[in-house]
Design a protein around this ligand. Structure first.
Ligand code: ZN
Length: 438
């Protein structure tokens, strides 16, 4: 089976439910850029796809960065003088500033407040905060709860360790017919946050699982890495191989109700940029296309000038553009199976374009071949408009000169890629078209 056939048999409802199920499974785990939460997450993904797990030691130099100490957390709380846990890591892992150093001490309310973080504009939500590269500790809580805190002596405990260890990441390489690769990557370092980025993790996992049984033109590489330091580490360790990457997508924020948004690669006119734009334009839904900017997710590293890889980012609502972003409200209610399924089908449609986007040669380039004789053109003449299928035939024949890909032809004609591809197949069957390789 190839990717076009898979597209036809997949049931969106089932895929959406399966993706949502994996998100629910991973939601409780406290992840960070290193540590056991990350490993546990990869072990669960391994139940779906044959992932290889890599461990990079603390202190490893990766370009201008150093792999940090490994962080692990067992428990954390703030207790009042009655011994009641008024902030409890076991209720939500967002309560602890991610990468907090271990601490056990008693503090006044004034001292405690210096280490507390809230969102006054959303008084019921807990913010998500990190302190990866500066040793510090802190707690996050709802603003409503902060306002209720009274003068007291508080017991603060963060039972964590920040020690020499490893940075862990997961990689699944799926060989296709050729050695050129398509890269699909997701940041896997956030704790209990669903859209950013359990949705991306689940989409990459299910895409990898579905593609695993297909006959593919490209080889595929799926990465589950911690944000920023993970892509820097991966690029540093794999620098000699990255020229094989022909197309890439950073997968994030794919489960919310917002419209699809594509952020182009730094190149701006790469085949991946054209393929995603084409799919969104013909989706029949609202969408947005953004130019590249050097802020965002791991495309920042893949598109740094020393690599400049054709890697874009296909999301729904972008980072920072939904109020729930990096808060406890990015929860299991915020992502829905139907939006996950919609994102999945768009990713699959993009890959379908890339897998089939080839150049052809018209074997009968001097004037038009007689299509009616071959049953390819309607017999009845005189109608005002040419049919869409016939129009597609004429476009494919006219532009199949070894210079235009099927996607070029689709875009120039304004017709859907799928139709152009079907027409090319029909012309091939009638020996009017042959594949062209430069
Ligand atoms: Zn984030």
């Amino acid at each position: 089976m190839d990717i076009t056939q898979l597209n036809a048999v997949l049931k969106p409802d089932e895929i959406g439910q399966e993706m949502y199920h994996l998100i629910s499974e991973l939601y409780p785990i406290c992840r960070s850029i290193t540590g056991n939460g990350f490993r546990e997450t990869l072990q669960i993904i391994k139940n779906y796809i044959p992932l290889n797990i890599y461990e990079v030691p603390t202190g490893t130099q990766v370009f201008d960065w150093t792999v940090p100490k490994e962080w692990n957390i067992r428990d954390a709380y703030v207790k009042n003088s009655k011994g009641e846990r008024i902030i409890d890591f076991k209720k939500s892992n967002l309560h602890v500033v991610n990468y907090s150093i271990p601490i056990k001490t008693k503090v006044s309310l004034t001292e405690l407040r210096e280490h507390l973080f809230t969102l006054p504009e959303y008084p019921d939500w807990i913010p998500y905060r990190t302190s990866y590269y500066k040793e510090n500790w802190g707690f996050c809580l709802s603003h409503r709860q902060l306002l209720e805190l009274e003068e007291d002596e508080y017991e603060v405990c963060i039972d964590a360790s920040l020690e020499k260890g490893h940075l862990t990441y997961g990689e699944y390489y799926l060989p296709g017919k050729g050695s050129e690769e398509i890269l699909l990557t997701c940041h896997t370092c956030h704790p209990s946050l669903c859209n950013d980025n359990l949705s991306g993790i689940s989409l990459v996992t299910h895409l990898a699982k579905q593609l695993g049984s297909l006959s593919l033109r490209y080889s595929y590489r799926f990465l589950f890495i911690p944000g920023t330091i993970g892509s820097i580490t991966w690029l540093c360790l794999n620098e000699t191989h990255v020229s094989r990457i022909r197309h890439g997508l950073v997968v994030a924020n794919v489960g919310d109700s917002g419209k699809s948004t594509y952020k182009k690669s730094r190149r701006g006119d790469a085949e991946i940029d054209k393929a995603v734009s084409h799919i969104l334009k013909h989706s029949g839904q609202d969408y947005e296309i953004l130019d590249f900017s050097p802020y965002g997710y791991d495309e920042r590293q893949f598109c740094s000038p020393g690599f400049n890889l054709p890697v874009g980012c296909l999301m729904r609502t972008p980072y920072g553009c939904f109020p729930e972003y990096h808060t406890s409200a990015d929860n299991l209610d915020f992502v829905r199976p139907e939006y996950l399924a919609d994102s999945f089908s768009k990713y699959l449609a993009v890959l379908n374009v890339l897998e089939n986007n080839k150049k052809y040669l018209n074997k009968n380039p001097k004037c038009e071949p007689q299509l009616g004789r071959r049953g390819l053109y309607r017999a009845m003449g005189g109608q005002k408009d040419v049919g869409t299928f016939e129009l597609a035939l004429l476009w494919v024949l006219n532009l199949s000169d070894g210079k235009h890909t099927l996607l070029d032809i689709a875009d120039r004609s304004g017709l859907k890629f799928d139709l152009i591809k079907n027409v090319a197949d029909a012309l091939k069957e009638h020996d009017l078209l042959e594949e062209f390789s430069d």
